[in-house]
Design a protein around this ligand. Sequence first.
Ligand SMILES: C[S@@+](CC[C@H](N)C(=O)[O-])C[C@H]1O[C@@H](n2cnc3c(N)ncnc32)[C@H](O)[C@@H]1O
Length: 185
Amino acid sequence: MAEKKTFLKQFWKEKKMVGSIRPSSRFLTEKMLENVDFQNSKVIIELGPGTGVFTKKIIESMSADTVLLVFELNDNFHALLHNEIKDPRVILIHDSAEKIDQYLMMNNLHAADVIISSLPFANFPEDLRDRIIQKSFSSLAPKGLFVQFQYSTQSKKILKNIFKDVSISFTPLNFPPAFVYTCKK
Ligand SMILES: C[S@@+](CC[C@H](N)C(=O)[O-])C[C@H]1O[C@@H](n2cnc3c(N)ncnc32)[C@H](O)[C@@H]1O
C-alpha cells in the first residue's frame, strides 16, 4: 500500500517521467521476466525500476554471481530502493538510462545479457527514446535480450528496425493493460 502511495505521489510530481499511476502488477512482472534465462545471465540491467516490483523478482531469481545494474532517475524512487535493497550483487544508479554504456565500463563490465526496461517511451522526445534503444542494443551481448513494456504498440516499428527478432504479447491484468516487447539481438 505504501508503495502505491509513493508511486502516485511521484506520478503527480513528474507525470512524463513516471508514466503510470501505480506499480506494475504481478501478472505483468511474470510476463516481463518469463523469457529470462537467469541461470546463464551474468549481467542484467534494469531501466526505470520505480518502487522495485521487477527488481525484487529479478534479485530473487538471479544467480549468486550475477550483477544487476539498476538505473532510476527519480530522486524518491532511487532513495526508496537505496533504503530497501542491500544485496551486494545490485548496483543502484541514480542516473539516466542514456548512460548504460558509461556505467558498464565504470564497473568493468563488457556487455549485458538482459535489459529489462519500463521506461515510458511514449512520453519521451523521440531522439531520447531512440538513443536509449540504440544504446541498449549496443550494450547487449550477442543474442542478448531486451524486454520492454508499453501501454501501446507505438514502439513496435523502431524496435523492429533495430532488433533481429521482436515478439509482442499483451497483458490485460495490469492497470493500464500493457504490451510486452521481447527483443532479441
Ligand atoms: C512506468 S514507471 C515503471 C516503474 C516500475 N518498473 C513498474 O513497472 O512498476 C517508469 C520508471 O522509469 C523511470 N525513468 C523515467 N525516465 C528515466 C530515465 N531516463 N532513466 C532512468 N529511469 C527513468 C521513472 O522514474 C519510473 O520509475
